[in-house]
Unconditional design. Structure first.
Length: 190
């Protein structure tokens, strides 16, 4: 199968059968693109995830765009992006057109309660995989634990603090440590 068609169909399958948004899709994207098709490496997946998280737009679309571009340049990026986004768009459009009280249907409401649990597990699976593949350096582990503690505290105390602030703080701490280390190396060479 030509790579462009394969990109579209692969990401359409991911978009069609994944509920819960981008974080829930990460585990499936990694499984298919890294383990099954060998389109990207585990390290690239980690980098894509970080970049996709810090750039505008849904994380799954950013991941699809990157993988598509890597395998098929601009046409690949366009088709992979369309593939991951089109199924959700079509489903939501159809629901809005034909079923006015869709979520009021009892069995649909119960199905979505079960889906919420599955989505939580998919997100947890993606997080565990990323933590396992993370280079275990004291600074990174410290930032991970501190960020986790701060996010948990924000949620428990029901504070209105954006997670973006936590991410930016973690980035600034990391950059500050990097610059300090770079400065120490320069002094050691002088």
């Amino acid at each position: 199968m030509p790579i462009l068609m394969e990109l579209f169909l692969t990401f359409a399958k991911i978009g069609l059968f994944t509920f819960g948004g981008g974080y829930a899709m990460l585990s499936i994207i990694e499984n298919i693109c890294v383990e099954q098709k060998n389109w990207i490496t585990h390290d690239e997946m980690m980098n894509i995830t970080v970049i996709a998280e810090s750039t505008p737009g849904p994380i799954a679309i950013n991941c699809a765009t990157y993988v598509g571009y890597k395998k098929g340049k601009l046409p690949g990026a366009i088709l992979a992006t369309l593939g991951v986004a089109l199924p959700s768009f079509v489903i939501i459009f159809a629901i809005s057109m034909f079923l006015e009280g869709f979520l009021e249907i009892t069995w649909i409401a119960h199905a979505f309660q079960g889906i919420k649990i599955a989505v939580g597990i998919l997100i947890l699976d993606a997080a565990i995989k990323m933590i396992k593949k993370m280079k275990k350096k004291p600074l990174q582990i410290g930032i991970l634990l501190a960020s986790f503690a701060v996010i948990m505290l924000i949620n428990v105390l029901k504070l209105h603090v954006s997670s973006i602030l936590v991410m930016l703080t973690a980035a600034l701490v990391s950059v500050a440590f990097f610059l300090a280390e770079k400065g120490r190396r320069k002094e050691g060479q002088a």
